[in-house]
Design a binder for this molecule. Structure first.
Ligand code: 10G
Ligand code: SF4
Length: 319
């Protein structure tokens, strides 16, 4: 049978927006409705080019730090969370803050605070420089050490081996994190586990769906931006699970035609910060090139939603 006769697309489910992203994007939209433009947003509300560009067109102004926001203006904190220092500096400038931190990130902040209060050494598994890790570590900088992957374990040292706990960023590779944890436990056998999973349901579900799909795929296209940690992880998971090749693209126009050489099955998925319209664009692009059959690979059904920040809740029911 020739490749032309067997071309098909496998579409991972779940994919795309998680509950925290949905809430964060809507928070900026409702803040614009309520307060009018401009509304300032500290950092990218979520790590997606299209989302940031669309909100910019609507009147959002994205800044790196609160000192770029005029005194008294409205500023939204991104879904990835902020350290207490950021809250303090916003208060010092009398900013009107709206916090779009995902409740599942806030949960990790609470864990960090609690274990710091009990004087534990907290080993925070995550990626150096990522905003979420900066926010979580900022809750207890004197107790938290960042562990950026299995190879970083060697250099970790603690004060008291009987009072050690690991926590993590919410968007990591589940398998790589377990490898890091296993190495940490070899070194610190008494190390405690987090009270509940820090890698969130959405991250886990998207990785499970990719794992189910990847062994059948010659190519897996992950829709997502380069700075999106969870989207990057989906490319790694696809390759580890047996996909012959995998690439991350913001838009269909970023796909290189040469990736389709000798490809019969293309897997498609998207990161937690990616609007479905971008996945549609990829599906249409593939359809135009003969990949017209689309089969869904479903490994979970997601129903979780989060309420908007309190001051914007009325605006949501008014819609
Ligand atoms: O995957 P990361 O953390 O880079 O973020 P994202 O904006 O691409 O996806 C949504 C995830 C978060 C807001 C982090 S909790
Ligand atoms: Fe929340 Fe998970 Fe989405 Fe992050 S990836 S915003 S923790 S649901």
């Amino acid at each position: 049978m020739t490749v032309a006769q067997t071309k098909r697309v496998l579409l991972a489910e779940p994919r795309g927006y998680c509950a925290g992203v949905d809430r964060a994007v809507e928070t900026v939209e409702r803040a614009l409705d309520k307060h009018g433009a401009p509304v300032y947003v500290r950092k990218e509300i979520v790590h997606n080019r299209h989302v940031v560009d669309t909100l910019t067109e609507r009147g959002a102004i994205f800044v790196d730090e609160t000192d770029e926001v005029p005194e008294g203006a409205v500023v939204v904190f991104s879904a990835h969370g902020v350290s207490p220092m950021v809250h303090e500096s916003a208060a010092a400038r009398s900013l009107h803050t709206i916090d779009a931190t995902c409740p599942l990130v806030t949960k990790v902040h609470q864990e960090a605070k609690r274990f710091a209060r009990d004087d534990f050494d907290i080993l925070l598994i995550g990626h150096e420089g990522h905003e979420e890790v900066e926010g979580t570590a900022g809750e207890a900088p004197e107790h938290v050490q960042l562990v950026d992957g299995p190879d970083a374990v060697e250099s970790v040292s603690v004060r008291d081996e009987s009072k050690v706990i690991w926590l993590s960023q919410t968007t990591l590779s589940v398998d790589e994190t377990m490898e890091t944890v296993n190495r940490l436990r070899e070194k610190f056998p008494e190390m405690q586990d987090p009270p509940s999973d820090d890698i969130c349901y959405a991250t886990q579900n998207r990785q499970v769906a990719v794992k189910a799909m990847a062994p059948q795929c010659d190519l897996v296209i992950v829709v997502g931006s380069q700075n999106s940690s969870n989207s990057q992880r989906l490319v790694e998971v696809a390759l580890q699970a047996g996909a012959r090749s995998s690439y991350l693209v913001d838009y269909a126009r970023d796909i290189d035609e040469s990736w389709l050489e000798d490809v019969s099955t293309v897997g498609v998925t998207s990161g937690a910060s990616v609007p479905e319209v971008l996945v549609r664009g990829v599906i249409d692009w593939l359809d135009e090139r003969g990949y017209g059959t689309v089969e869904t690979v479903n490994t979970a059904n997601e129903t979780l939603t989060f309420a908007l920040p309190r001051e914007l809740r009325a605006a949501r029911t008014d819609r």
